[in-house]
Structures are given as structure tokens and as C-alpha cells.
Write a protein that binds this ligand. Structure first.
Ligand SMILES: Cc1ncc(COP(=O)(O)O)c(C=O)c1O
Length: 410
């Protein structure tokens, strides 16, 4: 007997990341933190091996009055929140486009809302083959089919694969919904070049002559780009989109403010057709109202304050951690290159990923790592190493240890 609706998926949620984190914690209890290398956690950790909560963010959060935190924050987000998000995210790089902003609970809320907005049940959404595992869950919760594109051709973005997947779908379904996680892709740390974005937009414009195109650009890690002064430059290309293309940015305060538990984020909708944007906004607002209802008011207030009143201190504090992650990833990559441990082309961000084509083999490697107290996360065609949470001391020598263990796995 089951009481759930027939189409519901009753298989218990298995989250590879959360379950491996739990195993690592148990191992630390048994063997001590000196012995264990926990490269699973996708949050920013300091060199002291504890979670970073930016002082420039949380000091003020504690000072926000209880009544502000307790109040409803309006369904689509307060006007000042929406304006601050738009200015912060786009830096007015694509200001000739019409736009709208809707608050969400984290980047997940935004992505979830967007996955439910454009396609009918049974239709197909497109996302990267190597990517955030939650795309698959969100698609299936919305009864969507999925087609994936290969992320890399040699060491660069695989536009040919994107073309192939879209061409195959074009004749079967009216709308094309295309998900890209850029910059600082999870889990490889790849970011498209400006030229790659230009070519992508050009291609999507061509597609839009026959099919409306919706781009969902998941920018969860954008504020951890190594080159912050240019991290939004690629958005200038958005100004070239045709009428029949819509761009939706999913923004997450979880990473930007190190506030994963505070559940704040937003969707920024960009396009040429004001009425089309109004329609998407209306649908998104109803999605919000019928699921989380309101975004946390205290979180919105705090974002507004940090960006408008405390920006310099915040940027300075964040920069120290961007530099730290660069040191960690540089060290790991240098050593990986030296010992022949193959990696996907990392540029920036929270994660580096070992290139292992055979995912079943990757699972065996992960188990072998665990026996040597090294905890990682298996992704499609690879193993993710979270340099965001791995102190430099733990990065040292890790690549050669991994390579040696891999040599023992058949
Ligand atoms: C690629 C990617 N997108 C979106 C998110 C959403 O994060 P949140 O819902 O905490 O904002 C995450 C979180 O890990 C992520 O890795």
C-alpha cells in the first residue's frame, strides 16, 4: 500500500555528497582529523578546517532587529532587494535588455522555479552531462525528460555537442530550454571564455529563428571568480540576443555571502520582449507564493546592507578566500600535472575534478580512497575534489597519493 500519488518517486533521496560527508565525519571521529582528508564539503572552509561565515556579512545580520527578521518579506522580494540584486549581478553590462528580478530561496529555489515554468510535462530540458546532480532531481520532480551535452571537447567548451543536442530536439519540441552553469562550473571549475559565450549566443540566436530559446545560466559561484573585475564581462554578449531568446540568471546568496543556511537568492530575467518577461515574472511569483511563499526578510535586508553599505570590507574579506582557494587549487593542480593525475580544465571556483571516463571505475577509486581516509565525491565521468574546504596542508601531496591509489584499482 502506498499513499503517495502514483507518479511520485518513492525511492529514498540518496545524496552522494551529504552521505559521503557523513562517512568522513565518522572517520574523523575514529581516526582523528590529522589522518583524514575530507574533500567532500562544498562550502568555503578556512585553514583552521571550520566553516567560513564572513564577518563582514554576519556581524550586521546579528544586529538586524527581530521585528525585521520576523516580518514577511513580500512574495517577489522587496524593491530595494530586487534593484540591489540586479545591479550587483549584472553590473549593468546588459542594461539595454528589459529585465525583472524575483527573490527565491537560494539558487535552488530559482532553478526549481525555472524548471517548472517553460516546459510541459514529458518535454525535454538540456543540461551539462557533468554537472550539479540536483538538475536531474529537479527535472524529474517536474516530470521532465533530460538530454545532456558534453561539456568539453579537448580542453575547451563543447559547442559542437550543444549544437548536436539542440538540433536533435528542435524538430521534436517547440521550446528549447538550455541550462549552463557558468562561470566557475560545479564540479570542474571551468569558465567559458568571452569568445565561447559569443559563439554560444550566436548559435542560440540561429535556433531562435525556429524555436523560442530559454537560457538558464546558473551563476551560483560567480562571486568566486579569480578575475572579479571581469567576471560579468560575458554578459555584454546578452545584448546581442534576438527577440525570441530569454536569459534567466539563477543567483545564490549561499556562496556569495557564505550563507548557505539562510536560503536567499534570486532569478534575473533578461530579454528584448517586455511582455514575455512580465509573463515569466507572473508565473515565477505564483510558483514562489505556492511553495516557499516569501523569502526570508532578514536575509534580503542583510544582502542590501552588505552590498550598499559594507561593500569594501566584504570584497576585501572575500578576496582573501579567493586567493586562498587559488593557492590550494594551484598546488593540487601542479602536483597532479607532475604525477600524471588527469584533471578536467579547471580555471576557478570551489572544485577541481579528476577526469575518469568510466564512472563505475570512479566509484571503485572513491572506495579505495576511503580506505586510505581520503573522502571525495563521484560525479559523472570523474571525482570531485572540494578545494573550497581543503586546507593547504591537506592539499600537499594529495594528488600523488590519489595517483598511487588509482594505480592499485583495477
Ligand atoms: C551548481 C550549483 N547551483 C546552484 C546551487 C544552489 O545553491 P543554494 O540553493 O544553496 O543557493 C548549488 C549549491 O551547491 C550549486 O552547486
Amino acid at each position: 500500500m502506498t499513499f503517495t500519488r502514483k507518479s511520485a518517486n518513492t525511492i529514498p533521496l540518496h545524496d552522494e555528497i551529504f552521505s559521503t560527508v557523513a562517512l568522513a565525519k565518522q572517520d574523523i571521529k575514529t581516526y582523528g582529523k590529522e589522518v583524514v582528508t575530507n574533500a567532500t564539503i562544498g562550502s568555503l572552509y578556512g585553514e583552521d578546517n571550520t566553516l567560513v561565515a564572513f564577518e563582514s556579512v554576519f556581524h550586521h545580520y546579528d544586529e538586524i532587529s527581530s521585528k525585521v527578521k520576523a516580518a514577511y518579506g513580500s512574495i517577489a522580494g522587496t524593491d530595494l532587494f530586487k534593484k540591489t540584486v540586479y545591479d550587483w549581478v549584472t553590473e549593468n553590462k546588459c542594461s539595454s535588455l528589459e529585465h525583472s528580478v524575483i527573490a527565491s530561496v537560494g539558487g535552488t529555489g530559482s532553478i526549481s522555479s525555472l524548471f517548472s515554468t517553460f516546459l510541459e510535462e514529458g518535454e525535454t530540458i538540456i543540461y551539462p552531462e557533468i554537472g550539479w546532480s540536483n538538475y536531474e532531481l529537479i527535472a524529474s520532480q517536474n516530470n521532465l525528460q533530460a538530454k545532456t551535452y558534453q561539456l568539453f571537447e579537448d580542453d575547451h567548451f563543447n559547442l559542437n555537442s550543444v549544437k548536436e543536442v539542440i538540433h536533435n530536439l528542435q524538430s521534436k519540441q517547440e521550446k528549447i530550454v538550455f541550462v549552463i552553469n557558468d562561470p566557475c562550473h560545479n564540479p570542474t571549475g571551468y569558465s567559458l571564455t568571452n569568445e565561447e559565450w559569443k559563439e554560444l549566443i550566436q548559435f542560440l540566436n540561429e535556433v531562435s529563428q525556429t524555436n523560442p530559446v530559454i537560457v538558464i545560466n546558473d551563476i551560483a559561484y560567480i562571486d568566486f571568480s579569480n578575475n572579479l573585475n571581469h567576471s560579468r564581462d560575458y554578459m555584454k554578449n546578452f545584448e546581442d540576443i534576438k527577440e525570441n531568446v530569454l536569459i534567466c540568471l539563477s543567483f545564490s546568496c549561499s556562496k556569495t555571502l557564505t550563507s548557505y543556511g539562510l536560503r536567499s537568492g534570486a532569478t534575473i530575467i533578461l530579454g528584448k520582449d517586455a511582455q514575455a518577461i512580465k509573463d515569466v515574472t507572473a508565473v515565477s511569483e505564483k510558483y514562489a507564493r505556492s511553495t516557499w511563499s516569501n523569502s526570508p526578510n532578514g536575509a534580503m535586508e542583510n544582502f542590501i546592507w552588505v552590498i550598499n553599505e559594507n561593500k569594501d570590507a566584504y570584497l576585501k574579506e572575500k578576496e582573501t578566500y579567493i586567493n586562498l582557494m587559488k593557492q590550494r587549487s594551484d598546488l593540487f593542480i601542479q602536483e597532479a600535472n607532475a604525477c600524471g593525475l588527469e584533471l578536467y580544465p579547471y580555471k576557478e571556483g570551489f572544485f577541481v575534478t579528476l577526469k575518469i571516463e568510466d564512472t563505475n571505475y570512479a566509484r571503485k577509486v572513491k572506495e579505495a580512497f576511503i580506505k586510505e581516509h581520503i573522502f571525495t565525491v563521484v560525479v559523472k565521468h570523474g571525482i570531485r575534489v572540494a578545494v573550497c574546504s581543503l586546507p593547504i596542508e591537506k592539499c600537499k601531496g594529495l594528488a600523488s597519493k590519489m595517483k598511487a591509489i588509482m594505480n592499485t584499482v583495477k
